[in-house]
Design a protein around this ligand. Sequence first.
Ligand code: GUN
Length: 284
Amino acid sequence: MELIDGKKISSDIKKEIAAEVAEMIAAGKKQPHLAAVLVGHDGGSETYVAAKVKACEECGFKSTLIRFEDDVTEEELLATVDKLNNDADIDGFIVQLPLPKHISEQKVIEAIDYRKDVDGFHPLTLGKLFIGEHETFISCTPKGIMTILDSIKTDYVGKHAVIVGRSRIVGKPISQILLKRGATVTICHSRTKDLKAQTLKADILVVAIGKADFVTADMVKPGAVVIDVGMNRKADGKLTGDVDYAGVSEVAGYITPVPGGVGPMTITMLLKNTLTAAKEQHAK
Ligand code: GUN
């Protein structure tokens, strides 16, 4: 079994991004600029957004954090999205989810100019992914997974990829990308009957179901590539994935650990998308 070091891959890519940004600035171009909108004080969202701002600094990006209290109205938030859409200095922006219940997340996401949608959540972006014609702003977690799979020179053509989880942020987009790369794709979820019969067929197994240590060694084909997207906090405060790492690492060919696998890749992919957005702005 070979462990895939997401932290190392991520750190190498961040260095490449920083070098490219330094070159752009030396050539007199505008500094890439990412904005993040954060509503309320959810602990997870605070942590993610702080990490995104820090990553911007590491790579030489400008970042702007726009904060609102929980009682912000949908109109106020939509007005901010409109302002960011029309601000020529902003290359890309994200609205951190979840939003308070009185605000429609879908409405807010749809209001984002798809050319600045570096999270890749806009229906137009997802629709293009579904058609298989466009891969610009692939959302950060699927993009991170593909970077990991490419890093171990995964051969996709004709391989059986099984995805456990059908979320719009991970399960659905990753299934479309793997399909485009030539894999045979099965999407499983919490209602799938005899899940083990499906996962045992997987050459590539992507698990994003949100249940701690859910996939066990008896569910994995020997030699499979296992990507664990889970982030579950155990009673003792430790982070664990959706895959029983100790058991599955005895069977798998490759496996991503939690923490240190997919997690570190996501923010780096956000920077990559923002850099792409910045370059497209320059080309106009
Ligand atoms: N909440 C959890 N993950 C994400 C993400 O990738 N982007 C945004 N905007 N919100 C999130």
